[in-house]
Structures are given as structure tokens and as C-alpha cells.
Design a protein around this ligand. Structure first.
Ligand code: ATP
Length: 306
């Protein structure tokens, strides 16, 4: 227990938290970025998406060369047009799995395929054009509400921006702002509630109209009304897309087409809620039984050593 108060360890943990915040911001910037920073392979081809099925094939990964291994032989398939929920204790590797899909990092071994194409062999631009990302902490840029939504696809028309806002249940509150869609947000703009910010970031993902949605579900609860609006907005964003979601809400997990239960960088179990909940000694059943509806899954079980 005393170890937890060791300043060096605290500093190390703070460092990881900071790096993760940076990765989160990078996810948002770079998925939207049209000019990816890392170079493509000389013979890289554009990704050709048909079903938008994602496959992890025996993927292992560590953040630093020769560093602690974070993923160990992770294999699973996220079927095209379906929702795959990643669950598991804090530190199990869920965020790491998500961050490999846009290629913020490359696996040490194994492959990630989209419709049979190894993403290591496709251009990053074509890969990221097919992805949208909604994070736990919605990020708003300096600029107007319209700019913030359009950032998802700079060539979107005003009508497309507004259609995305409607689908994200944001249109009405946007019209209530002093200058409607032209109202400045960000540091020097109006202050929006957490739920409103989330709906704007969902509108940004919707206007992108990408076949794959990566979603890091919020852990902190909003008030009931915002919560419902955000849930409906997310339903629109998820509909018809391949969704890989780090799920914190029981309802998301129960409704997922497939659940991947992660533990210590491996896939401990996979299946539907009914199947996994029925395995008396399974990790999922343990996580699930501990949980009352609406309570974030993660608070229940922490990885040993956390
Ligand atoms: P949580 O639910 O708490 O977000 P998670 O299941 O998403 O956890 P990851 O965030 O993928 O887990 O973290 C897996 C492991 O990788 C943890 O031990 C974490 O400390 C470590 N880690 C995460 N990001 C980095 C990073 N940028 N550099 C070094 N280590 C990292």
C-alpha cells in the first residue's frame, strides 16, 4: 500500500495520464487531419472499404521498444455494420486497441485488417478518411459552432452541417445560442454544457459520414435530460456503421452485437451479453454481477497493481 504513495511512482503515473491526454487530443486532431505525419510505405495503396470489417490478428504491442508489453496476441473480429464493445478492468488495454486502428502506433507483431487489407499497407489518409472518433472529453476548437461541426469534413455544405446537427440532437440548442450556428465557442466563446459539447462532437463525427466509428464512451454521468439526448445522438451516429466502443454503460454492452472482454492485454472472453453473463465463473459475469444499471463498469474492478 505504501508503494502507492511513492513519489516516483506517482510521477510515473502522472506522466502516463498526461501522455494519454495528449494521445486523446492527437486522436481528434489526426483522425481529422488530411496530412498524416508519419510516412506511408512506398507501395501503399488506398484502403478499399466494402463491409468495413475490422480484424485484429494476433496483435502484440508495447509503447516503448522493448518496454512493458501492453497487448499480447489480441485477436478478434469487429463485423462490418455491427457494434463491438470492449470491456474490462482499467488498464486492460482497451484504449490501446482503439488507438492502433488509426495507426497512431503500429503493432510489434500481428496484423490489423480492414476488409482483408493490412492497414500497415494502405495510405494513412485513406485509412483515416474511413474513421470517425468520438472521445469521452469532447474537444471544441476556437471558432463558431458551424466551424466546429464542419471540422469533421471541411467540404461539407451548410445544409450537411445542419443535417448532422439535427441527427445529433444539437440543432435546437444551437438555434438558442445568441448567433445560432455562427456563435463562437472554445476558450473565448459561449460556455456549453457537457451534454451540448458531446452532441457537437457527435455532429462532427456524423458530418464526416465515415463507415467506421471509434467511440470512447463517457464515464461521468450527465444529468438525465442531457444523457438521453446524447444517447439518441449516439444511436444515430452508430446506426449502419462498424462501431468499436470502449463501453462504460451497461446498456451499450447489453445491446452490442459482440463483447470483447479484455484483461491484462489479452482477450479473456468474447460473445454476446447473454452468453457471457451465463458463464458463472467468467470475468464478464463477475464484472456484470457487481454492477447496477447505469453505474460505470470500471469502478467495479481495477487491474491488479493499479
Ligand atoms: P482505462 O479503461 O483505464 O482507460 P484501458 O483498458 O483503456 O484502461 P489502456 O489505456 O489501453 O487501458 O492502457 C493499457 C496499459 O498501457 C496501461 O498499463 C497503461 O498505463 C499503459 N499506457 C497507456 N497509454 C500509454 C502511453 N501513452 N505510454 C505508456 N504506457 C501507456
Amino acid at each position: 500500500l505504501l508503494m502507492a504513495y511513492d513519489p516516483a511512482r506517482r510521477l510515473a503515473r502522472l506522466q502516463v495520464q498526461m501522455e494519454r491526454a495528449v494521445v486523446n487530443a492527437r486522436m481528434i486532431y489526426e483522425i481529422l487531419d488530411i496530412e498524416p505525419h508519419q510516412r506511408d510505405k512506398p507501395d501503399a495503396k488506398p484502403l478499399a472499404v466494402t463491409q468495413a470489417t475490422i480484424e485484429f490478428r494476433d496483435v502484440s504491442f508495447s509503447y516503448a521498444n522493448g518496454g512493458k508489453s501492453i497487448l499480447n496476441g489480441v485477436s478478434f473480429i469487429a463485423e462490418g455494420g455491427r457494434t463491438t464493445a470492449l470491456v474490462g478492468p482499467s488498464g486492460a488495454g482497451k484504449s490501446t486497441v482503439i488507438s492502433l486502428i488509426p495507426r497512431f502506433y503500429d503493432p510489434a507483431s500481428g496484423q490489423i485488417l480492414i476488409d482483408g487489407q493490412d492497414i500497415a499497407n494502405v495510405t494513412k489518409q485513406s485509412l483515416r478518411n474511413n474513421l470517425a472518433y468520438v472521445s469521452q472529453q469532447p474537444y471544441l476548437f476556437e471558432g463558431t459552432i458551424r466551424d466546429n461541426i464542419r471540422y469533421g469534413r471541411p467540404e461539407a455544405s451548410d445544409a450537411e452541417v445542419e443535417e448532422a446537427a439535427r441527427l445529433a440532437y444539437a440543432h435546437d440548442f444551437i438555434l438558442d445560442q445568441p448567433q445560432g450556428y455562427e456563435t463562437p465557442v472554445g476558450e473565448n466563446g459561449v460556455t456549453l454544457s457537457g451534454g451540448q459539447r458531446q452532441r457537437l462532437s457527435i455532429a462532427r463525427a456524423l458530418v464526416r459520414n465515415a463507415p467506421i466509428l471509434l467511440l470512447d464512451e463517457a464515464t461521468s454521468a450527465l444529468d438525465t435530460e442531457s444523457e438521453q439526448a446524447v444517447q439518441k445522438a449516439l444511436e444515430h451516429a452508430m446506426s449502419g456503421r462498424t462501431v468499436v466502443v470502449i463501453a462504460h454503460r451497461l446498456s451499450t454492452v447489453v445491446n452490442a452485437d459482440k463483447i470483447i472482454v479484455m484483461q491484462s492485454g489479452t482477450v479473456a472472453e468474447e460473445g454476446t451479453h447473454d452468453i457471457l453473463a451465463g458463464r458463472i465463473d467468467g470475468l464478464y459475469a463477475r464484472l456484470h454481477n457487481l454492477q447496477a444499471p447505469g453505474v460505470p463498469m470500471q469502478e467495479n474492478e481495477k487491474e491488479a497493481g493499479e
